[in-house]
Design a protein around this ligand. Structure first.
Ligand SMILES: [Zn+2]
Length: 448
């Protein structure tokens, strides 16, 4: 059976991930992501109303025109998890393919919301839920399987396409977490089985984000303990405490909510995306928040809540807000600019349960946000976080488990691939032979 891989997006950047695998006549698409930094750099761009081709020209969504060179039918579109760089282009591209979107329940729900807010295209693809551990047939000869992985968002999987020539494992995005705060540990046992059964692993497509970092990525339970240490140390503080983190990071939000109550403060989630992700997780029963946990997204209800907090005494509350990267329109940035009814006093604490995404725009915006907060007297606690991506030792472990015959580095640009390339070469792989460094828009034929 002919096996061909189209590396469509996310091979020259972090963002707009998209890869297609053709096995005989069947094609499966993994991820359709958005490169948010290409959108945010322009003022007032509303992607909801934009045409795909304009977004492709901006570099915001994958240029999927290479798909016409693949001789097969798309049988499934498979987003691996709910981060925007993996699902953000579905509303712009999926309608071109007559195929269902197959994902885990939390991811499907986020895809559904995204399709709903789309204003240019009517996306009619079937939405099909599939849990980790389940499989579905792709045509007569291939099978799709979801393997449970751990990442900075719940319900993440690595999809595996089993073909007569061996398995194709799509490895984006994960960390090796054996004690995640929510959900099951990464299913390493299944990865080891896949590496040893049948024809083995024909190809492994891997996220290189942290391949240059030594050691292993700590578990989410480590970030949780760090956060607990910081928050418990503030138990006797009788002024304002504000916290921020990734809205989609449900495990972290849960820890913040829990520790707020432990130190005698009422948690409240503020900001549009805080309401969106936490509300969705609660509706789908991934979390069990306290009944009286307030979640407010709209500007008016947020400001009303801030007024209530000021009236009832801010020492009784812990607002958990958007703005961990200093995004100009996010809640914490507005608080820093003094645009909300919440007044920050000398000595008040601001907890960043996040790391700055190492990108000049983020670094500048976060710097500005911290300065503004500092000018009002805020004290900053930052970097209470662990990464969602594998470090070096995790990568070695994955190669050992899967023993792949071919490797395609992904989720980076060329310079970002280099550490992973060195790591693979130290394990006996060779560039141009079984280690395929590629760019957006290329086809790699693995079996002729
Ligand atoms: Zn991710």
């Amino acid at each position: 059976m002919e096996i061909e891989i189209a590396t469509i997006g996310g091979y020259e950047e972090v963002g707009r991930q998209m890869t297609a695998v053709r096995a005989g006549d069947d094609v499966v698409v993994f991820d359709m992501g958005l490169n948010l930094s290409k959108v945010l750099i322009h003022d007032n761009v509303e992607t909801e109303r934009m045409h795909s081709l304009d977004l492709i020209d901006m570099g915001a969504i994958p240029d999927d025109r290479v798909m016409s060179d693949l001789e097969g039918d798309v049988k499934a579109i498979v987003p691996t998890h709910g981060h925007l760089d993996h699902i953000g282009a579905i509303s712009k591209l999926a309608h071109r393919y007559d195929a269902p979107i197959v994902a885990t329940p939390f991811t499907i729900e986020l895809v559904k919301q995204q399709i709903k807010s789309e204003e240019k295209f009517g996306v009619q693809n079937d939405l099909k839920k599939m849990e980790a551990g389940e499989t579905m047939s792709i045509g007569d000869k291939n099978e799709l399987e979801f393997v449970n992985v751990t990442h900075s968002i719940i319900d993440a999987i690595n999809p595996v396409l089993h073909t007569p020539e061996g398995a194709i494992v799509y490895g984006l995005d994960k960390r090796m977490d054996h004690t995640p705060v929510i959900g099951d540990p990464i299913d390493m046992e299944r990865f080891r089985e896949i590496g040893r059964e049948g024809e083995g692993v024909l190809c492994y497509i891997e996220d290189c984000t942290n391949a240059g970092k030594k050691g292993r990525t700590p578990s989410e339970s480590v970030a949780r303990r760090h956060l607990k240490d910081v928050m418990y140390s503030l138990e006797d503080y009788d002024g304002g405490i504000v916290a921020t983190t990734f809205s989609s990071h449900i495990a972290r939000v849960t820890s913040l909510v829990e520790f707020a109550e432990d130190i005698g403060r009422q948690p409240v989630l503020l900001g549009r995306s805080m309401e969106k992700y936490s509300g969705t997780a609660e509706r789908l029963d991934f979390v069990d928040f306290p009944d009286d946990l307030g979640m407010y997204g709209h500007r008016k209800s947020v400001d009303r809540t801030f007024k209530r907090i000021m009236n009832e005494g801010k020492e009784n509350f812990l607002p958990i807000v958007t703005g961990h990267q200093g995004e100009p329109r996010a809640m914490l940035t507005r608080m820093g600019r003094g645009e909300t009814p919440y007044e920050i006093d000398d000595g008040d604490k601001v907890i960043f349960s996040a790391r700055v995404i190492p990108e000049p725009t983020n670094e500048g915006q976060r710097y500005q946000s911290e300065k503004l907060l500092g000018m009002q007297g805020a004290r900053i606690y930052d970097d209470i976080h662990v990464s969602g991506h594998l470090n070096k030792e995790g990568h070695y472990e994955m190669l050992d488990a899967l023993q792949p015959q071919n490797i395609i580095p992904a989720h980076q640009d060329l310079s970002g691939f280099s550490d992973y390339v060195n790591l693979c070469e130290s394990e006996g792989y060779k560039m141009g032979r079984d280690l395929h460094v590629t760019r957006n828009g290329n086809l790699i034929q693995l079996v002729e």
